[in-house]
Design a protein. Sequence first.
Length: 234
Amino acid sequence: MLEISGLSVDYGPIAALRDVSLRVGEGQLVGILGANGAGKTSLLRTISGLVRARSGSMRLYGQDIGTVKPDEIVRRGIVHVPEGRGIFPDLTVRENILVGAHSRRAGAEITADYKRMLEMFPSLARREKQDGSTLSGGEQQMLALARAMMGRPKLLLADEVSLGLAPVITKQVFGHLQALREQGMTILVVEQNAHLVLKMADYIYVLKQGRVALEGKAADMASHRELTEAYLGE
C-alpha cells in the first residue's frame, strides 16, 4: 500500500530523517519504534504532507504523494492521529468527531458513521454534548481516533497514542487499534511502548538518529538482543 524510499527530511540545519525506506502492506499493522528524537513523528508528519522531504519518494498504491497537499492526502485515504491528540478543546465531542468528515459530502453515510463511532466508543456517547476540554486524557485519545475514523481511512497513522495515559487506559486504546486491524484497517503506529507494539504488529522498524537501525517481523524482533537492550530495558 505505502512504499517509502530514501526519504530524507531536514529542519533547517538539523537532519530529522536520513535515507529512510519502508513498506506497509495492505491490512498490516506496522510499528515504528525508537527513542525520543529518533525521527518517528517527523516520519508521520512527512507522510501526511505536513512536512516536505528534501529527497526520496513516497508512493501510495504506486502513485507519488511526495508533493501532495495535506487535505488531498486525506482524500486519498491517509488519516493522521497526531501526537498529543490535537482535539479542539472548545468544540463539543460531537463537533470534534464530525470535523473528521470535512472532506466528505454524503450526509447519510456521515450520519451512519457517526453513530458507529458512538457505538465503538461508549464513553464518548455519554459525553456527546460536552466540550473536548472536559474529557479525560484517555477519552480525548479515543475522540482523536473517532475523528480520524470519520475520514474512512485506508491507512491510519497513529502517533504515540499511549502518551500520558495510565496503563489500563493504554490497553483500552490499543484494544481499539487491534479491533480496527482485525476489521482490515491498515495501520502505521509510532510508539514508545515497545512491548504493546511487538504483541500487535506484523512488522517493526526501529529508528535511531533519523535512520532505520533495525527492521524485521515483530515475532523475530521480540527476541532481538539489540532491540530488547535499547528499547525494552532488558
